[in-house]
Structures are given as structure tokens and as C-alpha cells.
Write a protein that binds this ligand. Sequence first.
Ligand code: GUN
Length: 295
Amino acid sequence: MTTTTTYTLIDGRKVSNDIKAEIAAKVAERKNQNKKVPHLAIILVGDDGASQTYVDNKVKACKAAGFHYTMMRFADTISEDKLMKHIDQVNRDEDVDGFIVQLPLPAHISVERITEKIRPDKDVDGFTNRNFGSIFSKNPLLMPATPYGVMELLRRYNIDTEGKHCVVVGASRIAGAPLSMMLTEQGRATVTICHKYTQDITSYTRQADILLVAVGKPKLVTADMVKEGAVVIDIGTTKVDDPSHKNGFYITGDVDFKNVAPKTSFITPVPGGVGPMTIASLLLNTLKATELRHP
Ligand code: GUN
């Protein structure tokens, strides 16, 4: 069997920067027209290092796009009831167009209760049942940010999903589950979802025209699991401590990139693939929420 040696590296950083520039231009235009500037509020509970990094990047992106933002931090000892009250307050704050509660939350707080407390028209992560369900609507409201970013990457690289076999590994509420729904509904693909209970995952991944992996296990996907010429989208992000790296850690995905890439037609790197797209989606959703509230 011959091995593909040239593949296209999907540059999420570039696409994300393109989208952010488009958003910044739209915000500048709104300012010129004296229309409301998008305002994103971010709630961060506790001091998880990775969450802090993600939130810093979200704040940076807000600044670059010309958005207003509010950062709300709470100790990890905050009670669920108290956090619910703060969410209520942000729900009612007329100036806030969109807001997110950064995950994970401490174990004593129910993610589902907190998520469902967010007003769907301000839920710019697209986590509420209302927005999740609207994937199947002709007029979707706010799409879950990570899968929205993946769909946008595929679209901008002209990777057609219609009638293709997409195999999604991982069925999380943030990524795998909504992504499989979007690929089915908007992408018109045939979709197989694999998760931690799936037996013989390789028998499924090897069938994939497009393989999308969102598990959080470095090197889960090895070259023998991938069909020749497949498109591989790596949504995993794992922080690995390593003193030999500049920051004392590095970020890696779920795919054994070095050995898998030569078999593919297109592949996303980690970092620099799907990650930057999640922030672009968040900004797109916040702009959309603002446009809906203040046309
Ligand atoms: N934690 C990891 N990814 C995300 C995300 O997209 N949104 C929020 N709120 N928390 C996360």
C-alpha cells in the first residue's frame, strides 16, 4: 500500500485570525453607527491553571475585537446557590450581551444546573439545552462553540462532508456530542460516534473519511487506526508537564501527529488547529447575540 506523503496542514490560527479581523471590522462599523458594542462577561471559579490560560486568551480576544468585557472571579469554595445568584444578576444585566461560565467547576457544583440557569440568548458557549437542541432547527440560535469552530474550519478548507463517513471519537457535551449532531444535520454526513464504552474502536476509525477526535488522551489515535487519505481533526487538548519546555509544560492533542499526518489528506495540528477556532466561535456568538438584542 502506498502512503500519502503530502498533506495539507489546517491552520486554525490563521482562520481564527481571519474571523477575528472580520468581527473587529463589524464592531468598528457598529461603533460608527452608534450601535451597541458587544459585551462578554466571563465567570471563572477557582484557580485551575488551564482554565486561567483559556480565560486570559478569551479576554485578549475581546480586547482585540473591540468588545467590552467583564471578568468575574470566585473562590472555589463558593456555594452553588451563591453562584446561581450571580448568574441571575448577569442574566438581568441589560448591558451584558453574552456570558460564559468557564468549565470545569468544583465538584460540589452541578454543571447542568449552572448551565441551565444561563439565559439561552446570552449563552454564547451554546451549552444550554435550548441551544443544543436548536442544532436541529432551521434557524439555529447560538451554536456550541467548539463544534461550530470545527464546522467553520471544514467549510473554509472546502472539505465537503455531505455523504461522507465521519467518525467522532468522544461524546462529551462540550465537543463530541454536539459535533456529531452538527455533522449529521448541517453537514449531511453519515456519522458514527465512538466513546469510552466502544469495543474495537479501530474497526470504526479505519472506516472514517473524516476522523474527529475529542477525548483528551495523548496519542490515542495511531497511524494504524487511520484510513489512507482521511481528513483528521484533533480536538483534544492535554497539558503535559515537562520541565524541558519553556513554560514547564506543553499542550498536545489526541493524535500521534508525526506518524498519522503522512497518511492523511488534511490534518489539524495541536496547538494551532481547533483550539484558536473555539475563541473565534465565542466572539461570533457574542456578536450574534448582540445583533439579535440590538439590531
Ligand atoms: N472548558 C473547556 N472548554 C470550554 C469552553 O469552550 N467553554 C467553557 N465555558 N469552559 C470550557
